[in-house]
Design a protein around this ligand. Structure first.
Ligand SMILES: [Cu+2]
Length: 69
């Protein structure tokens, strides 16, 4: 079943950052939809809770050098 996670992410400064976050998250098994906005400091993720946890999603973003609030 799909769940949605709305994260506040700081450190994204341009469209390239949005793309980096989106591309990396979509590679994670279980991630279905990603919407990233550097202007809003927001990353919304729809995911299959039987395949991936919010912790993995957060760690993936942090691994790119951004801060998840
Ligand atoms: Cu950027």
């Amino acid at each position: 079943m799909s769940e949605t996670l709305q994260l506040t992410v700081t450190g994204m400064t341009c469209g390239g950052c949005e793309n980096a976050v989106t591309t990396s998250l979509k590679r994670v098994n279980g991630v279905e939809e990603v919407s990233a906005s550097f202007k809003a400091n927001a990353v919304d993720v729809t995911f299959d809770a039987t395949k991936v946890t919010p912790a993995v999603i957060r760690t993936t973003i942090e691994g790119l050098g951004y801060e998840v609030g």
